[in-house]
Write a protein that binds this ligand. Sequence first.
Ligand code: SF4
Length: 638
Amino acid sequence: MTSRARWAGVLRTPVGAAAAVLLGAVLLLAVLAPLLWGGRADEVDTARILQPASAQHWAGTDNLGRDIFFRVLVATRTSVQLALLATALGVAVGLLLGTAPLLLGPRLGRLVTAAVNIAVAFPGLLLALSFAVIFGAGASGAVPAIGLAIAPGFARLTQTLSATVAGRDFVAAARIAGVGRFRVLLRHVLPNIAEPLLVNATMAAGGSLLAFAGLSFLGLGVQAPGYDWGRLLGEGLNGIYLNPAAALVPGVAVVLAGLAFNLVGEAAAKAVGPRTPTGTVRGDSFEDGPPAPVDRTGQSEAVLVVEDLKVSFGTVTPVRGVGFTLRRGEAVGIVGESGSGKSLTALAVAQLIEQPGRVAARRLDFLGDDLLRTPPRARPRLLGTSLAMVFQDPTTSFNPVQRIGRQLAEVAEQHLGDRRGPALARAVDRLRAVRIPGAARRARQFPHEFSGGMRQRAMIGMGLMGEPKLIIADEPTTALDVTVQRQVLALLAAVRAADDVAMLLISHDIGVVEQVCDRVLVMYAGRIVEDLPAAQLRDGARHPYTRALLGAVPDLATDRDQPLVVIPGRPADPAAPPPGCAFAPRCPLADDHCVRADPALLDDGLGGRVACWHAGELPEPVRAGAAVLSAATEGEGR
Ligand code: SF4
């Protein structure tokens, strides 16, 4: 669904419509009221001092005989203006503090994070009051006071969001390519977190409106002869027994305006996020050659056909021509060290590469449809119910403030057109299917009430809300302990067996892939270097890198007193891959030919493919010296 369509859809909901009407009215009043009624609001009439509400003065008059109703209308501009100013200041300071850890590096960044955490621990109103006392009474003191009170919460949100984005592969690729921190922030991080920040800023504007009214009410905000709603409220409360309307009208104005901003924030949240995996398609597709004719011969069972897939970020291409086919019911694992391009390959297949990433392929067919030539509007229909994505960390995949059942039901509502009741019933059924005990009760719980393994099962359940033909599981068990890991893998295997679903499992753990998959693709420096049946992995691996990966996996016979077996050297730099075989600098078999010429991935005649000039020349697994295993690097990211 396009952004415009989402907004149009939200505006048709009761919340969206109420938000638009209320905010429109508030802004209109802010602009027009001082022009239309400024004179009447300031008109002193000593003959009508402290009059109660009447047909002539709807909210009565104040101690100078001025009409309170008109004063409330005119005060809209000052109240909204000051609230927006304070919010802008809070957002600016929050952004600076929130992005500081990315710009300043780990040591200084930790200091800033600690300071923000301490500030967040104080209630906002207490902070605002303290700052107001420091800056002095009056609007010029209240604006920075409220702005600085908002800033820590906004900074925390920015830190969390930017840390999430900063951990993604495309940011890692940009960093490896030597892109500076500031540029990474501007080009890669901020554009990807702008939407939730905007939503939060809108809600913060509602909060600062209330906070401003509070400070003015306490005499710390707008000073006479100026006035805003808080000040009018305070004056009205002094004579509440004589004229309740004098306090009621500004009170209602504060509540309605605060409500308007909060509803707008809520409507914006619905319009811009959270999206299902298919909804976050933001990457451009590009062509680097004429499309090859699609040959479907012998591929009627093919769920996914990938040919010459490339993923680029500017001049860096971390995925450089990957090709494989995934058939119905087949499980294929992709293994490799950090930076090998395995997760980017999965994200490209799921159409989840975000700007400024670009995806190109000679062919990228899902269930017979060419994903790269499918218009973005049609992709949700194509992928929405047929592709399930299981992410590494289910904590970040669920909206923490929505009940699990509601989040699952949303998928059925969006993609299957189910109504609320049936969608929720289906959600409970799917939770039951992924063996969550007490599914109906659990559906009413929030994500934080689930354990890690249960959240991951719920994530798989979310994938089953449609009728998936392909499950992409990106390191689905990395964050789990060994027992839960086995349960989740068994569940994925059961789902696959029950519905003949194909599975693409991304993992740095070659042992896990060997257990679960039919076939293994080994990736190095953005390419597949070996493709072989999982059953042949131990004895039939022919590429030195595959054998090195296998040799680096400790088993029960491993002598724990000896250093871990490791692959020497560092993975290839995606920004400057070596001209010949990318593994040559680390390969014990490398010769001059390897350094000059890049081997193609060719059928090995044994049911697999391998890219190596000396494939199969090693009789034993490589035991490569004493450098420290890339297990360290594997844990760092994908
Ligand atoms: S081509 Fe040469 S350098 Fe590359 S993996 Fe094979 S033997 Fe090693």
